[in-house]
Design a protein around this ligand. Structure first.
Ligand code: FRU
Length: 495
């Protein structure tokens, strides 16, 4: 019976998508090579996994409008992380534990057990006790059609944890046991709770993995926990953590006690549009991380979700990034190497000298969907700031300032497009350095700027017109020398 209910919901959603995808496909702000839904609203990446020869991306999805509402799990597969085939919606609200009209099937993760694909997600409901969240499981043999477990929910909020703040399970296996970390809020402080199970269906509380003293907010959304080198990494998106959208802690995990002793912390991205990242393992052992390129209305830097709702869609993912551990236990986030296959029309320049206050134009692809890299030769630069202006034209631009004098980096989108606003800020580690690397990925509606060996990155959405296709460099308060300039157009993978 209830399986039938989910099937009906899925069929209705798929029929709606089939009707609307074509008109959305040609709209102005569609990305060219960033993952996005066919129509409707997308937020968090869910259940990212490599299964039976394909990468599976699931995502928080409302197929019916360009706004968040009652959530489904959208689904697509790829062999190369670049070209995607959409599959039928995987999960739909259908049960009394996941049918909240403003909620539904919330975020979660996937694991392969035997030859089946299992997912764990948060069911949301209101059965008279307010907004309740519980952890639920579903399985699939073919990775396309899912069956919800009859014993759902498998876990409800423990004593003392707010029932409306207990969500986003991330599961993994270690030495024959299953583990799960999820976000929680207790006494106004955020926690990551770890649970353990022998069969994936019966779960017991193991430990508090980490908690906020207030500096990282009152609730952690979408925690992720994974081994990297000889360390463990915990990531989460803090609610109430100021301008931070997504942070990491690096330390050691003890499987005897469930204790996580962390010693390093950092930010996954300093831009406004990088939220709820989830990681997964590629078959070659790389740890890859994907995030939703937007943020929530309760964030201090939030303006809105952008104008694309008018086109019948909203939301895309930031580029998949490979996570690497550095010797000081901080993390590097590199755009995955697969992206190189999209490069077209290469342009190289060994040296480019910037004279003080003279703007210099450079070329990369059509200036809209492109990749640009260069290295700043700090020994031959006496400028106080170097400005990189992107998507310039019609009197508008987005300005990335590398402030060498004050060791800061800014991305200013107050004059980007007549829509966006705000200036993202981060430290820039240039002291005692001779070189500073900069790597930019621009797409129709987004900019991702990687610096400092991919440790300090800013991702921001901009909704600029196609005529805004200029790239300008300028040194302020002195001159600058740039080395190894590379520019490329990037081929479209979505059409
Ligand atoms: C994070 C989040 C999750 C929740 C989902 C709902 O962006 O708020 O905590 O599961 O989105 O769509």
């Amino acid at each position: 019976m209830s399986e039938q209910r989910m099937q009906q919901q899925i069929e209705a959603a798929c029929a709606h998508i089939a009707q609307h995808a074509e008109s959305v496909r040609h709209s102005r702000y569609r990305q060219r090579y960033h993952f996005m839904p066919q129509c409707g609203w997308l937020n968090d990446p869910n259940g990212l996994i490599y299964f039976k020869g394909k990468y599976h991306f699931f995502y928080q999805y409302n197929p019916y409008s360009g706004f968040w509402d009652r959530m489904f799990w959208g689904h697509a597969v790829s062999e190369d992380l670049l070209h995607w085939d959409y599959l039928p919606v995987a999960l739909a609200p259908s049960e009394e534990y996941d049918d909240h009209p403003k909620g539904g099937c919330f975020s979660g993760s996937a694991i392969v057990i035997g030859d089946k694909l299992w997912v764990m997600y948060t069911g949301t409901c209101n059965n008279g006790n307010g907004f309740e969240q519980s952890q639920c499981v579903a399985w699939s043999e073919d990775g396309v059609q899912f069956h919800k477990y009859e014993g759902n929910p498998v876990l409800t909020a423990p004593e003392g944890v707010r029932p409306d703040c207990f969500r986003d399970p991330k599961v993994w296996e270690h030495d024959g046991l299953y583990y799960m970390v999820c976000g929680a809020s207790r006494d106004g402080k955020a926690q990551a709770l770890v649970y353990r199970s022998a069969d994936f269906l019966h779960w017991e509380f193991f430990n508090v993995l980490a908690e906020s003293r207030g500096e990282w907010g009152y609730m952690w959304e979408c925690p992720d926990f994974f081994p990297l080198g000889d360390k463990y990494v915990l990531m989460f998106s803090p609610m109430g953590g100021g301008e931070r959208t997504s942070v990491y802690l690096v330390g050691d995990f003890d499987y005897e006690t469930g204790k996580f002793q962390w010693s390093t912390s950092g930010e996954n991205d300093w831009g406004f549009d990088y939220y709820a990242p989830q990681s997964f393992l590629a078959p070659d052992g790389r740890r890859i991380m994907v995030a939703w390129a937007n943020s929530w209305d309760w964030m201090p830097t939030w303006k809105d979700w952008g104008p694309t709702y008018r086109e019948g869609w909203n939301g895309f993912f930031d580029l998949p990034r490979e996570v690497r551990l550095l010797p000081d236990n901080s993390l590097q986030f590199l755009p995955v190497k697969e992206l190189r296959a999209l490069r077209r029309d290469p342009q190289f320049k060994d040296v480019l000298e910037l004279q003080p206050d003279q703007e210099q134009s450079v070329t990369a692809g059509d200036g809209v969907a492109f990749e640009l890299r260069f290295t700043l030769d700090l020994e031959h630069t006496d400028a106080e700031q170097v400005e990189l202006s992107l998507r310039c034209g019609e009197g508008r631009r987005t300005v990335c300032t590398l402030d060498l004098k004050h060791s800061m980096m800014y991305v200013d989108r107050n004059n980007s497009d007549g829509w966006s606003r705000g200036v993202s800020k981060s430290p820039l580690f240039v002291r005692d350095k001779t070189l500073l690397d900069v790597h930019v990925f621009s797409d129709q509606s987004s900019l991702e700027i990687f610096t400092s060996d991919y440790t300090t990155n800013h991702s921001l959405n901009v909704f600029a017109s196609d005529a805004q296709n200029g790239i300008l460099l300028c040194a302020r308060g002195g001159g600058a020398r740039l080395l190894s300039l590379e520019g490329y157009g990037l081929e479209r993978t979505f059409c």
